[in-house]
Design a protein around this ligand. Structure first.
Ligand SMILES: [Mg+2]
Length: 419
């Protein structure tokens, strides 16, 4: 290949590799339990006929079962369905193994959810042939280091957006490359909802503006896109992203952090609920420090169970920015005193007005610094000696109550104590 052609290929080339695990939770179960391999499997958050599937193996998808299908309906669609209870800790453990496996080929630039990550390509890696080879190597590394039941779809594209679109184009086990020369015609067969960032509401808005296909979306000018999205910036970035421009991602900033818990019957008393709340504060504070934020407000909410009627109460308080467990606990317990009488059914805490650590104006008062140091020492001890090594007396004996929860958008770090 001549040099000029190579330079052009690098400049116009493939900048991102996007990786999406296929039917992730179900595949992990099939990996860990060989008796489930090749069978229709649905993963559920709890074993109850009224709950919904949170993942379906490809064998189950063939029967029309998908995320969100109710278990009783899923059994009607497929009587031989294997219904298994989710094991969040195993999925997190395997997620970290996948990260390590991918890292043997390419550094992971960003983890977008428990089953999605993105790598940035550099230099010659951007040449299409080279990029495709890396995609194959990443898949191979996952099969070899993590397990052969773990299939993924890899998308390669000139920006993150198009790399994700490419990954969505072939499932399962796809490897799709989208080059600038493929645009826009290769996307014309997609539905608007196939594009990341277009959900049901946005789709409706596009319909109202007369846009019902990807081809029509491509015909809109920056100004027209800005009108649909109601924002000049969004109009600009959509126009350019659709055409392959590698625009900087808008930094996502967390505004609040919350933890809540439905109380098991034995904790539905004043003392029980207070102990669980203490535990939630402890947990939320550890998460706050782990993610590098300070909280400027604390809100509590309690839902009461009284016959058929559900009553709820909430209270909040602005505070001097805090990050340590003890300060947040003090405020929470002060708010708790305002709570009306009743039989609590669910308790929760929201840490709000978050300030990223880097934006915080220092110095803090000496007394505050001591509390932060104490809290960080507790995090370290809990990380090292186990989740129950150090805790506040108020949460004693609540360890069975608050279990690890999992969200697609957030991956609990296993190094963080499961408190
Ligand atoms: Mg996936």
């Amino acid at each position: 290949m001549c040099t000029i052609q190579r330079i052009l290929e690098v400049r116009m080339g493939i900048h991102y590799l996007f990786l999406d695990m296929n039917a992730f939770f179900a595949s992990v179960e099939q990996q860990l339990r060989p008796e489930l391999r090749g069978k229709p499997v649905a993963v559920v958050p709890m074993l109850a006929e009224t709950t919904c599937c949170i993942a379906a193996s490809y064998e189950a998808k063939r029967y029309g079962i998908k995320t969100g299908t109710q278990v009783q309906d899923a059994r009607l669609l497929c009587p031989k369905l294997e219904v298994v209870e989710a094991r969040p800790k195993e999925y997190i453990r395997i997620h970290h193994q996948i990260l390590r496996a991918v890292d043997t080929v390419l550094p992971v630039e960003a983890v977008l959810s428990i089953d999605e990550m993105v790598c940035k390509l550099m230099g010659r890696e951007k040449e299409p042939a080279h990029a495709r080879k890396l995609g194959e190597q990443v898949k191979e590394a996952i099969y070899r280091h993590v397990g052969d039941q773990l299939r993924c779809s890899v998308g390669l594209g000139p920006n993150r957006f198009l790399a994700k679109v490419a990954a969505e184009m072939h499932k399962p086990d796809g490897l799709t490359l989208l080059q600038l020369s493929d645009l826009p015609h290769r996307l014309y067969s997609l539905h608007l909802r196939d594009l990341p960032g277009i959900g049901p509401n946005m789709e409706q808005r596009l319909f109202k503006h007369g846009v019902t296909s990807v081809e029509q979306l491509y015909r809109l000018s920056v100004q027209q896109l800005a009108r649909v999205w109601g924002s000049q910036i969004h109009g600009f970035s959509w126009w350019h992203r659709l055409r392959g421009a590698d625009l900087p991602e808008a930094p996502t900033r967390r505004r609040s952090l919350s933890h809540s818990h439905v109380l098991p019957p034995v904790f539905r008393s004043e003392a029980g609920a207070r102990a669980v709340l203490t535990r939630l504060v402890h947990r939320a504070a550890a998460r706050l420090r782990h993610e590098g934020y300070w909280a400027g407000s604390v809100a509590l909410f309690v839902r009461f169970l009284e016959g058929a009627e559900k009553r709820s109460w909430e209270a909040h308080s602005r505070i001097q920015p805090s990050q340590d467990t003890l300060s947040l606990l003090r405020v929470s317990l002060q708010l708790w005193q305002q709570k009306p009488e009743g039989s609590p059914f669910k308790v929760g805490i929201v840490l709000g007005h978050l300030i990223p650590e880097l934006e915080l104006s220092w110095p803090l008062f000496e007394s505050d610094q001591k509390l932060v140091r104490l809290a960080r020492a507790m995090d370290q001890a809990n990380g090292k000696y186990g989740p129950q090594a150090l805790y506040f007396a108020g949460m004693h004996r609540t360890e069975q109550s608050a279990v690890t929860r999992i969200a697609f958008s957030r991956i609990p770090d296993l190094d963080l104590p499961d408190i």
